[in-house]
Ligand binder design. Structure first.
Ligand code: NAD
Length: 328
């Protein structure tokens, strides 16, 4: 199968591209290496791809380009059976600071891609959406028909992207599906996220810092589970035109997360608190019932297991990865 992964130099897209290469597919990555965090992390991911590709039958192409550029997008989409769309400006705080830019990339880029996919008759577009579309919980865990009232520009762009995809399915018959990811973590994760930050601070004997009182709750989803869901959808059309939560079965508070990390590295460290950051959701918690019933999705790890694996990976890769986390 020929698969285009947009944002494939990033954290999640990087894992998806590597997994598809391992599975023997022909993979093209489109990514503009946006310097939202240290670009060396993306270069490392591209090296991983080249290494995997050298050991497998499938072809690998990296295209340095922008998902908002119609010509580039048309060229790479023309060679794809499936498009896996991860390119976005992620990060709630960036979206508060630069709402126009984030809208341009997350909504404008998606429309450019959907247009090209429609014209090229691709088999399916799988889009990365986010738990941020829910915003204010009326009931938890979130089921997919829970009202959507995002509390950040980022969440609004992800919701707009979902609707745009659904409309392309309804109007043009382009198969699309949007996966609402709930805080994803694992090897090579973005340096500016709670888990990478806590782990790095603990390894350096510094207390993990919590923004707010630490009672905010989150699902933390291991990146392999996100890969599995996407892999299933390469050939499964049962949720076309729809949205599906991809979360974990373990919902914990940020305070508990800091303790889980700290206890595995330096149990005697204290935890520090700073004032809460604006536009962060209070609570996110996924119901994964729909994903389970439709595509057989099952989270594979508890948070303690997943964090343990991440810590092991961090230790093995500390030399190159830690400076990137520390500089973010
Ligand atoms: N990581 C999470 O916890 C999480 C949670 C919910 C949803 N998501 C979504 O999953 C997707 C992947 O997230 P991630 O954590 O891997 O982020 P990431 O920032 O690591 O990856 C995104 C990639 O997109 C690329 N990109 C940005 N703008 C682009 C453009 N205009 N043209 C081409 N490429 C561009 C970046 O260079 C980057 O490599 C995003 O759509 C994000 O919104 C992530």
């Amino acid at each position: 199968m020929r698969i285009l992964v947009t944002g494939g130099a990033g954290f999640i897209g990087g894992h998806l591209a590597a997994a598809f290469l391992r599975d023997g597919h022909d993979v093209t990555v489109l990514d503009n290496l946006e310097p939202f965090y240290d670009v060396r992390l993306k270069e490392h991911t591209l090296d991983v791809h080249r290494e995997v590709a050298s050991e497998r039958a499938g072809s690998y192409t990296f295209r340095d380009g922008d998902v908002r550029d119609p010509e580039t997008v048309r060229e790479v989409v023309a060679d794809a059976d499936i498009v896996v769309h991860q390119a976005a400006q992620a990060g709630v705080r960036t979206s508060v600071a630069e709402p126009r830019k984030v809208t341009d990339i997350n909504v404008g880029g998606t429309v450019t891609l959907l247009d090209a996919a429609k014209d090229a008759d691709v088999d399916r577009v799988i889009l990365a959406s986010s738990s941020s579309v829910y915003g204010k919980p009326e009931s938890l865990p979130y089921e997919e028909d829970h009202p959507t009232e995002p509390v950040s520009p980022y969440g609004v762009t992800k919701l707009a992207q979902e609707h745009m995809a659904r409309v392309y399915t309804e109007l043009h018959g382009l198969p699309t599906v949007a996966l609402r990811y709930f805080t994803v973590y694992g090897p090579r994760m973005r340096p500016n996220m709670a888990i990478s930050n806590f782990v790095s601070r603990c390894f350096n004997g510094e207390p993990p810092v919590i923004y707010g009182d630490g009672q905010q709750t989150r699902d933390f989803t291991y990146v392999d589970d996100v890969v599995d869901a996407n892999r299933t959808l390469l050939t499964d059309g049962s949720v076309d035109g729809d949205v599906v939560n991809i979360g974990s079965s373990d919902n914990i508070s940020i305070q508990e997360l800091a303790e889980v990390v700290r206890d595995q590295i330096v149990p005697e460290l204290a935890i520090e608190y700073e004032s809460a950051r604006e536009a962060d959701a209070e609570h996110t918690h996924a119901s994964v019932e729909k994903a389970n019933e439709t595509i057989g999705y099952e989270p594979s790890r508890t948070i303690t297991e997943g964090v343990g694996e991440f810590i092991e990976w961090y230790e093995a890769n500390r030399e190159w990865y830690e400076p990137l986390v520390r500089s973010s």
